[in-house]
Design a protein around this ligand. Structure first.
Ligand code: FES
Length: 147
C-alpha cells in the first residue's frame, strides 16, 4: 500500500513538471546544431565521373546524392527531386546554374535549393569543398533528438 502511494506520488510529481520539461526538450532539440561530418568523395574533381550535363550521382556514407559542376564550382544536393522523385543527376544544369529535373523540368538553384521555376518546392543542398587532399561533402545528420 505504501509502495503504491509512493509510485502514485512519483507520477504526480513527474506529471507536474511535464509542462516545464516538454518545451525545454523541444527548445534544446531545435537549438542543437546538426552534426556536420565531412566525407571525402574523391581525390580530385577530375576523378568524379560527371555526365556531359555536368552532373554525377555518388554515394556518401550510404546516401545517394547528386553532385554538380558549374563554372568550375561544385554543388551537391539530394539525388531525388522533391516534387515526385525524379533522379536529378539525369537532368541538366541550365545556363543560369540551376539544376533542371528530367521528369517535369522544375528548376532549383544549386546554391541554395530554391525552386526558381516557382512551384514552391525546396531542394536540399549540401556543402561541398574541393581541398588540397580531395573533394569533401558534408551531409547533415540529425541532431541529438533525431529531429
Ligand atoms: S519529379 Fe522533378 S519536377 Fe517532377
Amino acid at each position: 500500500m505504501a509502495t503504491e502511494k509512493k509510485s502514485v506520488l512519483s507520477v504526480k510529481i513527474i506529471g507536474g513538471y511535464l509542462w516545464l520539461i516538454t518545451p525545454l526538450i523541444l527548445i534544446l532539440s531545435f537549438m542543437s546544431t546538426p552534426d556536420q561530418k565531412w566525407f571525402k568523395i574523391a581525390e580530385s574533381i577530375a576523378e568524379i565521373n560527371f555526365s556531359s550535363s555536368g552532373l554525377a550521382e555518388i554515394d556518401v556514407n550510404g546516401k545517394r546524392i547528386c553532385i554538380g559542376l558549374f563554372n568550375d564550382t561544385l554543388f551537391a544536393c539530394t539525388q531525388k527531386c522533391p516534387h515526385a522523385g525524379g533522379i536529378l543527376s539525369e537532368g541538366y544544369i541550365d545556363t543560369a546554374g540551376n539544376i533542371v529535373c528530367p521528369l517535369h523540368r522544375y528548376k532549383y538553384s544549386l546554391q541554395n535549393g530554391r525552386n526558381v521555376s516557382g512551384e514552391g518546392y525546396f531542394l536540399k543542398t549540401f556543402p561541398v569543398e574541393s581541398r588540397e587532399d580531395g573533394v569533401y561533402v558534408s551531409i547533415g545528420t540529425t541532431n541529438i533528438f533525431g529531429l
